[in-house]
Design a protein around this ligand. Structure first.
Ligand SMILES: [Zn+2]
Length: 450
């Protein structure tokens, strides 16, 4: 068996791992590169093998940095099945067409404003391409192994990161490798803890928070303080949020705080039709998270869902303290940009970031204290309070990663991926110190014989 690392080296995006064994090729995750331009351009670089020579794709979960390259792969000639869990299939059904739509909009914008060196600028793929790619999905149940080809066995276990998220153990005649996927945390408010995994010959583990421990602070109390402080100033809280996973956790927090009388009865707007649809999917998969059926149903009703662009615009004229949850989570695009334009210049308001902010994004700049940000070509002054919640991450921290690795420490080698260089190296050192297992941070394009 040979593994080649085709992304997520020195970055948290572009997860792609190519396994080759006895003439078969399986691509584990098929992610988009996101963030700074240099990374985004990598989505256009040729793969080391022909897309048509890849026999199948296995997705660990639906986030675009793990699934968002798939429609492009299909455009390039990939014709095989895409294995994933039911939750991942349902979420990809929302995320991939939306991604295609955004890519088309970007290309269109570049053409109209002459931004692109390419004439005309083309999208990486379209919404129609994304819908076509969904036709090749094949659902795999958690905890049941299946054989894509003679001599290969694949088994998915719950990774607790978002709905449908899995760790994947792949076995062949002479060995085995376990991919952590993105690992959730044992103390997540909404998702259940990751399942412990069976030992494997090799392990590929993510390291988003490989250099950090989550604070022990009470996230509900943190959110309550921010909301109360802003409401007392007569301001509005704008929360840029990923539509999938994060938005549901935020709605749950806000609902609980209201029920317990810890924040005032102020309106909450969910300005992301996709987040609203995602909440429905959570209601259909009760076994993967901690919410009871009635709490899940209540989530959908706890916010006013904003559908049309006209309704979205009206949110920029609110005169009373309110909370607006809107995508995208790192303020790289989406409707939240219009809210930032409207609310960032007023010191009464708060911009509340709830997750990891990748380098090069507006979110990272704001959290670092930027006093102006560029939105749609104009400089927007930032006078609003900017807060980053440290404790709402959907990723295991260093301690939780090490605990998850404990039963796997007998591996012949652990590969540390999916982290900024500093985080990956910190986890590598921590693994070495605690378990003495041979451990490597693979470079981009590196190949290993297993
Ligand atoms: Zn993820």
């Amino acid at each position: 068996m040979q593994i080649q690392f085709l992304g997520a080296s020195g970055t948290v995006t572009g997860s792609r791992y190519l396994l080759t064994h006895e003439g078969r090729r399986l691509l584990v995750d098929c992610g988009l590169f996101q963030g700074v331009k240099e990374l985004r351009l990598r989505n256009w670089q040729p793969l080391p093998v022909d897309a048509s020579a890849i026999d199948a794709v296995l997705l660990t979960h639906a986030h675009l940095d793990h699934s968002g390259f798939l429609p492009r792969l299909v455009c390039l000639g990939f014709k095989g099945p895409v294995f994933c869990t039911e939750g991942t299939r349902e979420l990809c059904g929302l995320l991939l067409p939306d991604s295609g739509h955004l890519l088309e909009e970007e290309a269109d914008f570049a053409n109209r404003h002459g931004f692109s060196k390419h004439r005309p600028a083309l999208p990486l793929y379209t919404e129609a391409d994304a819908r076509a790619a969904l036709a090749s999905f094949q659902i795999c149940a958690f905890d049941e192994s299946f054989s894509p080809w003679p001599g290969w066995r694949v088994r998915l276990t719950r990774a607790g990161h978002i709905l449908g998220a899995a760790s994947a153990r792949i076995e062949w005649d002479r060995g085995s490798i376990l991919f952590s996927g993105d690992l959730g945390r044992s103390d997540d408010l909404v998702m259940r803890a990751p399942q412990p995994c069976e030992p494997a010959g090799y392990v590929v583990v993510e390291s988003t928070y490989g250099d950090r421990l989550h604070p022990t602070s009470d996230v509900l109390e943190e959110v309550a303080q921010v909301v109360n402080r802003t409401a007392a100033r007569g301001g509005t809280v704008v929360i840029p949020s990923f539509a999938v996973g994060r938005a549901q956790t935020l709605l749950y927090c806000l609902r609980k705080l209201k029920d317990d009388g810890r924040i005032p009865e102020m309106p909450v707007y969910l300005n992301s039709p996709m987040a609203a649809d995602t909440t429905g999917i959570y209601c259909r998969h009760l076994d993967e998270h901690r919410l009871a059926a009635k709490d899940c149903a209540a989530l959908g009703k706890s916010a006013t869902i904003v559908n049309t662009v006209e309704e979205s615009r009206r949110l920029n004229e609110l005169r009373f303290p309110s909370i607006i949850v809107s995508a995208s989570g790192m303020a790289t695009g989406g409707r939240v940009l219009h809210h930032l334009k409207a609310y960032a210049p007023d010191e009464r308001n708060t911009l509340l970031f709830s997750g990891f902010q990748a380098a090069g994004t507006r979110g990272a700049a704001l959290v670092a204290g930027a006093r102006t940000i560029k939105i749609h070509g104009s400089d927007v002054p930032v006078r609003a309070e900017v807060v980053q919640l440290q404790n709402l991450s959907a990723h295991a921290d260093r301690g939780q990663l090490l605990a998850w690795l404990a039963p796997l420490a007998s591996a012949r080698r652990i590969f540390v991926t999916h982290g900024e260089a500093v985080a990956s190296d910190a986890l590598r050192l921590a693994i070495k110190a605690r378990y003495w297992t041979p451990v490597t941070v693979p470079g981009d394009g590196d190949t290993y014989q297993l």
